[in-house]
Structures are given as structure tokens and as C-alpha cells.
Design a protein. Structure first.
Length: 275
């Protein structure tokens, strides 16, 4: 396993921003991508909630009773105390996954967003990137927010999450046009279609063409009952085979998990021998 992780570490470290309009499962995907990578490797995985208007990663990771990382940092930071130390001390360690670290957003004091300037935001991202191997950032489509701008500009990969709803696709197209007009580097933007069904009116080819983004992958639909029960009970959707496979394929296409692929091959080989 050490050799496998070394192979992954030899690749460029990545900052992966998940970006979308509201209510398409972006935060759920961010959590499950991070969980899968943390579970299958010994890499140190970071998860940052920069969806500042509607933060929710603390809900998925059962951190409702914990103090918000970003709120504490914005209230405590002084010129003589580095962000690096504050971020290291205030990482939330995920139960059963000690290599998955989370920094929660503005949960109780959204007004602190006024203290989050461009320099502070970029410093937080770069310091976190120094603390972990792979950093996932959950951001929303409000391009006027400094945190969203900084995350999209510093990210090595931007995953645009949509579903097959017409309004979602149209609104995403508008936001993408805004980003393009502001000279955002669109080459690092890739598309993920969540809760995908090939029976829907908007097929993956049509969505890909409408948004002019390369399709990274699709995540199959999980029944509403199972989806709601999982998100409410904080049980990862990775327990569903098709969902887990889709998450793994996305990570592989991002060139993140040679270790995952090797582990899967080894597991399958052992299973054939056992049989």
C-alpha cells in the first residue's frame, strides 16, 4: 500500500473544486469523493466547505455540534499567528477515516464573510493544500463571492455538477457564460451529471453539447427514499454498488487513484482464487 500511495503522490497534487447551482447533489458528491479516496488510500485528504451561503458539509460529517473551522479562524487570526497553525489545529478528523480532514464553513455567523478578503481566501486554500495531499473544495455558483472566485482560480480541476433538470442546465449555462466573460480558465472545467438516467429527455450527449464541457462521468440515480435516508442518517451513498463504482471511475479519470485501481485488481484476483 505504501508503494501504491507513492505512485499517487508522484503525480501533481490537486485542488479539486466542485461547483454548481443549488440542489443538484454537489456537497453529497464532494463528501463521497473524499470519503472514497480516503478509504482506499493512505493519502491525506482535505475537504473545505466554501459554500458560504448554504454550508452543509458539517451535516454530512456529523459535525453540527463542533465549532466552525472557518468561523474560528476568521475570529482568531492575528498578524502574529499564522493561518497554517490555525488550520492545522482546527481540522475536524472524520470518524473511522483519520486521513480525511474537514474544515467547515460559516455555519452560525455568515456575517463573517465580510472578513474573508481575496488574500485571506487564497492563503487559506494554499495553506490547506500544504497540509493535505488532495484538497476538495465545495463552492457555489455565486461568482461575486470572493471565496468562489479564489477556489475556481486556484483549483487544478473544476467539477461542474448538474442533474437532468432543464432549469439546472439553463442556469448552469448562464453562470458558465459569466465565468467565460471574466476570463476564467475554462480548460480545467469538466462535467458530472448526478442522478443520471438514460430515460430522461436531456441525455448526457445533449447536456455536454449545451454546456460545451467535456463529460467526466455520470452518477446513476439512487432512489429518492434511499438518497434521503442516506443524507439524513449521514450514511455514505458508497454502500450502493452502482454509486460507488461511478465515484471510483470519476477518481480514476482524474488520475487520482492508481492505488484504488490496483487495490480493486488485487481484490478481484483474491476473490477468484478464493472461489
Amino acid at each position: 500500500m505504501v508503494d501504491e500511495n507513492k505512485a499517487v503522490n508522484e503525480q501533481a497534487k490537486k485542488i479539486i473544486a466542485l461547483w454548481s447551482v443549488c440542489s443538484v447533489g454537489k456537497s453529497t458528491l464532494a463528501c463521497n469523493l473524499a470519503r472514497k479516496l480516503a478509504k482506499e488510500t493512505n493519502l491525506k485528504i482535505g475537504l473545505l466547505d466554501f459554500s458560504l451561503i448554504t454550508p452543509c458539509l458539517h451535516l454530512f460529517l456529523d459535525l453540527e455540534d463542533k465549532e466552525s473551522s472557518i468561523e474560528y479562524i476568521l475570529k482568531s487570526w492575528q498578524d502574529n499567528y499564522s493561518y497554517h497553525d490555525l488550520l492545522k489545529e482546527n481540522a475536524h478528523i472524520t470518524k473511522n477515516l483519520p486521513n480525511l480532514l474537514c474544515w467547515t464553513g460559516l455555519i452560525k455567523n455568515p456575517q463573517l464573510i465580510d472578513k474573508l478578503g481575496d488574500i485571506q481566501t487564497r492563503t487559506i486554500i494554499y495553506e490547506l493544500f500544504d497540509l493535505v495531499d488532495i484538497l476538495f473544495i465545495d463552492v457555489q455558483s455565486d461568482t461575486l463571492l470572493i471565496s468562489t472566485d479564489a477556489a475556481l482560480k486556484t483549483a487544478t480541476d473544476v467539477l461542474v455538477v448538474v442533474d437532468q433538470n432543464r432549469n439546472t442546465i439553463e442556469n448552469t449555462a448562464k453562470w458558465l457564460n459569466n465565468l467565460h466573460a471574466r476570463n476564467m480558465d475554462m480548460n480545467k472545467f469538466q462535467l458530472i451529471i448526478n442522478q443520471y438516467s438514460n430515460k430522461a429527455v436531456y441525455t448526457k450527449n445533449k447536456i455536454e453539447g449545451n454546456l460545451s464541457l467535456p463529460l467526466l462521468g455520470t452518477v446513476p440515480g439512487v432512489s429518492k427514499v434511499n438518497y434521503d435516508n442516506s443524507t439524513v442518517s449521514l450514511v455514505p451513498l458508497l454502500k450502493y454498488g452502482n454509486f460507488d463504482k461511478a465515484i471510483e471511475n470519476i477518481l480514476l479519470r482524474l488520475h487520482l487513484t492508481k492505488a484504488v485501481k490496483k487495490r480493486r485488481i488485487l481484490r478481484d484476483s483474491n476473490w477468484r482464487i478464493f472461489k
